[in-house]
Design a protein around this ligand. Sequence first.
Ligand code: NAD
Length: 476
Amino acid sequence: MRTTNLYIDGEWGAGAAGPLTTADPATGAPLAACATAGPADVDAAVAAARAALAGWAATPPADRARILWRIADLIDANAEELALTETLDQGQPLSVSRAVSVPGAAAHFRYFAGWCDKIDGAARTVSFPDTLQYDRRVPVGVCALIAPWNFPLMIMAWKLAPALACGNTAVIKPAEQTPLTTVRLVELCAEAGVPRGVVNLLTGGPETGAAMVAHPGVDKVSFTGSTSVGARIAAVASLKRVTLELGGKTPVVVAADADIDAAVAGTVAGGLLNSGQVCAAYARVYVDRARRDEFATKLAAAVATLRLGAGTDPEVDLGPLVSQEHRARVDAHVRRAVTEGAVLVTGGSAPAGPGCFYRPTVFAGVSEEMAVARDEVFGPVVAVLDYDDEDELLTRVNASPYGLAAAVWSDDLRTAHRLADGIRAGAVFVNMPCVPDPAAPWGGFGASGVGREMGPYAIDAYTEVKGVWVNLGGGR
Ligand code: NAD
């Protein structure tokens, strides 16, 4: 079993607390013993990030860009190793880690490399005579970046690439279940020339994350994870800058004129990628009553063909869930749906044997009174509802506290745009599965979070705006 250490001020070292072990969710076999950061490690990492801040912020933007680009190149050069590590640690099929997680991480570093020398201010036309006013964007400072376990490498890249591009320094923490690709990313950052202290790695569980959030030396917290933890972080972070990417319960609307085969294929792709362990997973599908039975029958048939197995098997469509604890949570959601009267069309159980597998599951006859229509399951469970009237549909869809993503299937442009306009969500996908892109905003309304990542919005999130006023007349 391999061991991993903390990375503080350019040095690898053991943590203050004992190691945490990770396991391969496909077999249960132990994978790694990772250092656990205690309070003294958090102090040391924050101090190192603080000490490195002025130097990194003053590094010429073109040099920062070159380093970020080099990180992307190194991710590409080590893509197969990173993909296999992600699959072993998290469970996702190699087809997903190879096509989504690893190239996604590299894409974020490349996109934000391009931003380094474009983080501009502007001169403003103020009404004071003989006055030059201009504004600049400056780094926020020391950023605590905390990631979940579902797409460990890619989500850390969403945070680290813009933080570094804007001249910040970072203390980063992967989820305790899935630290291994982040450990490798930190090695690649050092190889790419990131100076000591600019990126510091703490592995550990919730206590480590909580100590980072509460630390007075941290200026900004960027957190992706559950809504309940996000709310706690918002309370503790107080006046620190905060970006929160939280849970979701993505609605999908299948209109009467939709191409049902495309809607079924898109719901399978959008709902069951990474076994539904996706914040924007297509989870509750509202089908026009006229097409409901056709949709449910075709969806069940498509889901029944999916192959479940270890992510390292290239023939597999769905890997295991991340842990036994998480599988038990998913199963509890399924049992409750059955008890509340949802019709189990396919799946609904775990196969025998080792590993954290769960059969892809479709419920029909679902109504909003049922928890499966409201609560985030974060597993391979799709609930099918129906609707008659578009106004009533929008009221029902928008009754959720979440608002991360939504999908619409319709061949009528007017219907598609009307629904895209009416649904409260940070991203609406029309006739397509959900795909994040570094250039487009990502984030949610309401209980799905605060702020946006990606695109120019990430530059806002990792900079402060400073106005400079200069008296040119001398008469004041
Ligand atoms: P989680 O909230 O349990 O943990 C996320 C991270 O926070 C982990 O690194 C954990 O160690 C740390 N943490 C836990 N308690 C903490 C505390 N009190 N203070 C600071 N850090 C703490 O979430 P999870 O189970 O790892 O991830 C699943 C959740 O993440 C789902 O709700 C999912 O929807 C959400 N998610 C959202 C997005 C998005 O972009 N909106 C993306 C992926 C996942």
